[in-house]
Write a protein that binds this ligand. Sequence first.
Ligand code: 4AD
Length: 461
Amino acid sequence: IALKEDPSLPAAVRIKLNNKSVELGDDTKKGTRVKVFGRIHRLTVGKSATFIRLKDGYGLLQCVLQAGDLTKTYDALTFALETSIVLYGELRTVPEGNTAPDGRELQVDYYKVLGAAPSDLDAITNKVSRQSDPWDAAMLDNRHLVLRGETASSVMKLREFVELAFIDTYREMQITKVSPPAMVQTQVEGGSTLFKYDYYGEEAYLTQSSQLYLETVIPSLGDVYCIEKSFRAERSLTRRHLAEYAHVEAELDFIEFDDLLQHIEEIISRVVDKVLADEKASEYIKTLNPEFKKPSRPFMRMKYEEAIEWLNKQDPPIPNEEGNPHVFGDDIAEAAERRMTDIINRPILLTHFPVEIKAFYMKKDPNDLRVTESVDVLMPGVGEIVGGSMRMEDWDELIAAYKKNDIGHEAYYWYTDQRKYGTSPHGGYGLGLERFLAWMAGQHTVRTCTLYPRFMGRCKP
Ligand code: 4AD
């Protein structure tokens, strides 16, 4: 059977599936006749009708093909998940007792298959197991197909809301967006995680952080931020490390350390508020992470030294990476940090890390020269999501810090000059967007918080 559109029917209006302004019909009145493009997300073939749950990236729509000519075509007999199709029909309220997305259904009068999908061994369901394990190699190889699923696509939609909430909040705070280069010849966070490449015969790197560039423009632009990619040749395969990630970084001029801490708490809280205030975004969070609650303010503040004591005071004590009690100067490793955050179970601003374990540019605490004016924000379930600090202001001190860290200062002249031409007390931070999203969306790993994750051993698809 070949289908033909009935020319006596009213012309169909093309809509996206999130369009809720269309008239719905019922037993007393006709609904709008529409035309919808999408792919088959779910398929149920019954005796009296075939039900297609259509998806188009905007929403879902229940489409009903009453048994008869509509269900007897070759296309109908070979419908498969992901088949792309255009359907025409009248939009109606779902009959009482039935449920469907947005409480409506399409009574189909005509359709055309645009791109069939296989229903045999190559079917999408055979490639993408319903039980999606983000560590599974097949799931990663088939990420392009995984992304068609409801969970993966909800996380990506939510990611956009989160990113836009940052942009809106910075705008409200009069912080200017800039776009520093990704191709650089300086390091920020240590040589061991630099990706090197050949730049017209010179050694160059993919940027680890835009911080240094942000610092150079505060004299002319005022407070600035960027949302750019950062790259880290991490050699560990943890659930929160990527080789390429979205880095939200800001730099604030003429501030004290306490202003920085206040600002970080403010930006996180306002972004959360904005996301929750959006109907669609809060719906995604309810489905992905029903437990999510906006953190109460003020956030807990804890000094590094207190954290060391806290770890040792637990019963049993939480040891360092060598299995020994923590001592001042130890890096608090990921496992210990996560244990601590999960037990305390609220955001922590962890401050005043020792000079030795922090980056060269961090300002020392004038009241305790062993430590820096630095901060990590730790979130339950994820651990560190923000790293920030006040920056060294003094030219001589910065030159000494390059030496101490074996960094040739010549390449950094443009950064050091900030200290020569009107230095200022300033500071900033970087927030990992995927980690923030993992926290809000209740994701076990940052790998599901980015379209196509990159980490050691994976640079495809
Ligand atoms: O603590 P980090 O290394 O700090 C900096 O890069 C500073 N220069 C930022 C600044 O002050 N402008 O990184 C900041 C944040 C971390 O807290 C984490 O959320 C994220 O970036 N991050 C990563 N996210 C995913 N994968 C990785 N490999 C990450 N490394 C850091």
